[in-house]
Design a protein around this ligand. Sequence first.
Ligand code: TNX
Length: 499
Amino acid sequence: MNDYAIIPRPASVSRGEGTFSCRGVPWAATGGDFGSEAGVFNAQLAATFGETEASAKIALTREGAPAGGGESFRLEIRTDGIAACALDPAGAFRGLQALRQIILSAESEGRLAIPCGTIEDAPRFPWRGLMLDCSRNFFSVGFIKKLLDALSLHHVSVFHWHLTDDQGWRLPVAPFPLLTEIGSVRRDTRAWRDVGGFYSEDDIREIVAHAAERHIEVVPEVDLPGHASAILAAYPELGCTGGPYRVEERFGVFEDVLCAGNDRFLDLAEAIFDVLDRLFPSRYVHIGGDEVPTTRWEACPKCQRRVAELGLDGTWQLQSWITTQLAGMLARRGKIAVGWDEVLENTERFPLPENVAVMSWRGSKGGKEAATRGRPVVMSPTTEGCYLDYRHTDDPEEIGRLGVGTVRQGLNLRPVTPDMPPEAAALVLGGQGNLWTEAVPAGRLAEHMIFPRICAIAEALWTADPAADRDIADFAARLKVHRGRLDRLGLNHYRGRLE
Ligand code: TNX
């Protein structure tokens, strides 16, 4: 078993002589070369153990750092002090999070000494993400900040923020005020009440800053042109039939999507991207593109006029035209569009633009195809444990079926499939777990769905272990210790067997 029981498993751990005594040691680092990282680390520990003065015993330094820079780090625990060494702030922060894990378990087990040793580490993939659906259920700023803090403990680097869907629109877009006024509220038919909410620009800035301090990039998603009931409820003229529409109170895939023949749709997209451009520093903007039925487009004179004007072979090619329009708008803002793997389809007349990254969810075949076609790829296949809304199971009868997930699947996530040519493999940015929230309100249940599966996914994306099946026993042994950390942070987690 790996010493220190860190998740994700570090590339190398070597044990030294003796121990670092933590008796009376204030858990706070002095900034050295990385003031902001020390500040966040100190605040994280203060939130758990109470405020203390910074101690010279934990230092941040460029000296002795691994040459790679970026997120790579070296953590040294000696009898007389601890040093997190990195060339870049991201590496210093990741090193401090490994240390936070060590401290959390020493404290929660009441241990008075930490064994000396050195950890050297660097990630395999840059994109190690979690997606949270804040449309089907609304999640408060406080919940998201707590979650980001927990994710940062596992070196997660991307928070994919699903901001819009049929059941609620969460993003203020000034030229279209009804999006939030009408589109953010739905009827909860089971509870007999209206539910919803949206984020103010200040809320969004607060979350983006909180994430950035933890070296987590926030990638916003606005799902177009499907999953659009909330938009249509606010602006019925953007639909093919003119409505009436309502913010959906049911879950599923709906035939009413944005009208592809109406230029106001493009104005709306421009306005949305202006807001996203202003509030989100990430180079990536997710444009959705999943599950878009063409039923309404088939019967809509305006859409059919568009089909004729563009000289398409048929209605089914309209979505690929929309993708090129949206990707073009983002390219003009210096952004890269990300789409669900449906954007790969029907691209005979409008090829997938160069600047579109593909998120593979219906298995990994879309991702493989996208990378082979030269596009960047993020893997989050339903088939490999990435769907955190799927119920946990340890029942051998159920394992492998769609709709259930296991920790082992997450641990065995392989964003680069063995049959990918090297040029394609080089385009795989990484992967992520997705928490869709049709059945998951904010709070204890959401945490239970996320943990510990995200710990396993984070490990699969961080470590470069080429073994076909990762060592579940080794992971399980570390997780046993790690659960104490999750408990100490007040995070709920699934406690079943790790099948
Ligand atoms: C499919 S994954 C969806 C979501 C649902 C999810 C439920 C994807 C791009 N679309 O709209 O919430 O399944 O598992």
